[in-house]
Design a protein around this ligand. Sequence first.
Ligand code: SF4
Length: 348
Amino acid sequence: MGTLRILSGMRPTGKLHLGHYTGALENWVEQQNLLDENGSRVYETCFLIADYHNLTTSLDTGEIYTHTIDMLIDWLAAGVDPEKSPVFRQSQVKEHAELFLIFSMLITSSRLERNPTLKEQVRDLNMESLVYGHLGYPVLQAADILLYKGNVVPVGEDQIPHVEITREIARKFNNHYSHPVVGEVFPEPEPKITKFSRLVGLDGKAKMSKSLGNTIFLSDTPDEVQKKMRNAVTDTQKIRKNDPGRPEICTVFSYHEKFTGGEDLACIEAGCRSGSLGCVDCKKLCAENISKELAPLIEKRRYYETNLDLVKNILIEGENKAREIAGHTMQEVRSAMQLGETSFSRNY
Ligand code: SF4
């Protein structure tokens, strides 16, 4: 088997927060740098800025470029290496739209309406109706993955239905069309269940989210982290410093689990339970440890912020590489479908 290829992406929503870091970026960098016993990379990684996907829920594009650059700087600061992993905007590789159109003919609307992830979104966002493009976003996702012949898709459990749709579309295409030389054009990508480490928001809500205002950004200074941490929700029954607490229900402790290692974590747990540790000191320590982790990212971010031309060039080069791969795949697709043929078997 050749190198496995992974395509992962994010919508351009601007500066990223700790939830993005622990939920995705850390995994991306690990996959990008993973070597086998011979020192070869296990995965080829491509990272997509999914700007078309943004349109499924918002038509407002006024800040999309600023948000793209802000997000890209966070990717680079967190360790995405553009030499190893091309980074590119979906809208700048036109083959995404072309393949999406072809794939739209290979799946029924009722199949898409049965997508459980979509049903959850409609419920969570209180949506009364869907635009056509939103119903079809798993099809666009399939085009994103298969354009680069991604054969592994790292997903959380909730994303498995989308991978299944991608597999169905690949299968249907391959059953219908065959390339004269390569035969089956698309791989059927395998989901790779990845344990994403999700962080709860500072307000104790299920998820860190910019729209809920409960985030710590990767670019927050130590002072900003300390300030935000002061408002973090803890065990509400631990009112005075010496009251015993329950770390298992405390937001701050869940951050300690991620950012405070080994023995220190055990001491915090014991101190909280016995009442010898107060929330003020505990939060201070947690903020310090988060800032320690973020310090190298902030330094790198500063470098890229003062070298914006470099960032823009990284994007241009990534898009050139992506177009090359995508163009090659689309040639195979058109050839398999006999679209654009110029010679005929009969006398037309
Ligand atoms: S001492 Fe720390 S872990 Fe315990 S409730 Fe307070 S903030 Fe949470």
